[in-house]
Write a protein that binds this ligand. Sequence first.
Ligand code: PMP
Length: 433
Amino acid sequence: MKRERSRKLYQQACEVIPGGVSSPVRAFKGVGGDPLFLQRAEGPFVHDADHNRYIDYVGSWGPLILGHAPESVIAAIEKTARDGTSFGAATHKEVSLAQKVTECVPSVEKVRFVNSGTEATMSALRLARGFTGRDRLIKFSGCYHGHADAFLSDAGSGVATLGIPGSAGVPAGAAQDTITLPYNDLESVEATLQTIGDTVAAIIIEPVACNMGMVLPQEGFLPGLRKLCDQHGALLIFDEVITGFRLGLGGAQCHFDIKPDLTTFGKIIGGGLPVGAYGGRADIMDTIAPTGPVYQAGTLSGNPLAMAAGLATLEELSAPDFYPSLEKKASSFAAGINEALEARNDPAYLNRIGSIFYLWFKPGQTTPPMNYEDIKTANSERFATYFSSLLNQGVWIAPSAFEVGFVSSAHTQSLLDATVTAIGKALDAAAGV
Ligand code: PMP
């Protein structure tokens, strides 16, 4: 496959954009080679600057559950754009989207729109601190909650791919109130809260961890966190930037039947436009300005284009058959991958929930990963060969051994079958490494 134009664009980009990319996960640091420059996309496909076509399992890192450029979403964006792209004032569309979110997610009584997942999580943390009058935060290693200072300790895939522990430029003071504990280890949370429970504002968690490959919560872990938060007066924040509207209209919290106090959203909620949101119990949410003393604001927040794209997307997701049909596709895809793995003596382990999947390059592994320490034992060299083979066969996955993939409603059965065949070949190529 020729990638001359991508290569040239990368050279030009490196002169004017640090590392040639607008977000580090787009660089090919974990797999070698130059990043792809993408030009256009439709349905399940992306096309690069050299006009190569790939079946896409990145889906813009999660938002594109309907695939690329779905008719209804594009029509809504076009129509809305003709009426003006931004007002910095209240609009009908944000009320409609807020109503839809509160209907779908029972723990969310009120919601505030922002422009990214990072903004959602950093605002939710400030709100939790303002509401409880406490400073400390418990997070879990390998979980990513955006790039705000307080969250950048053991922050999962992006930093793991680059092989750096956290980030320069985070003052000690900004991170000193963050306590990082192992995922799925309820005892360590209990022990921590027993000593300093009255200083902890919140526990934040990805209810399914999707930024350290994929780690599922063990039975009892999420209910245990709920109970401990209630005992110690801390708020439970579910970061559903990935799982929100991905695992069903009610996200992971409905899937596992746990009610967090606050939830953060991003990605799907904006239908592929820049958006984020945080919401939860009305008494907590009313602590935000202008009703309360916690300040958070945004010129483009509730932007009409993003609201229109989000509304059109959630409309499609509300069709009764949407999630069952996506699950059917994803489970038959997973069955195909598992057959390919078994036929080759399990060179990797497939973890999946709904339409999110992760191939953990851990030969001979027959049980799922429990935490970040487990995940880090993945064989990144083998992954790099697997990645290149898939790319050369026209399959686009995230360029990191620590990222998940997404099936969208635009993937047809024949494309999924073709992908399974390509995965078999890529596994064979990686076996020699
Ligand atoms: N939380 C989670 C769980 C995420 O996966 C991400 C981004 N992948 C974020 C927060 C940050 O979102 P954004 O990149 O939109 O700032």
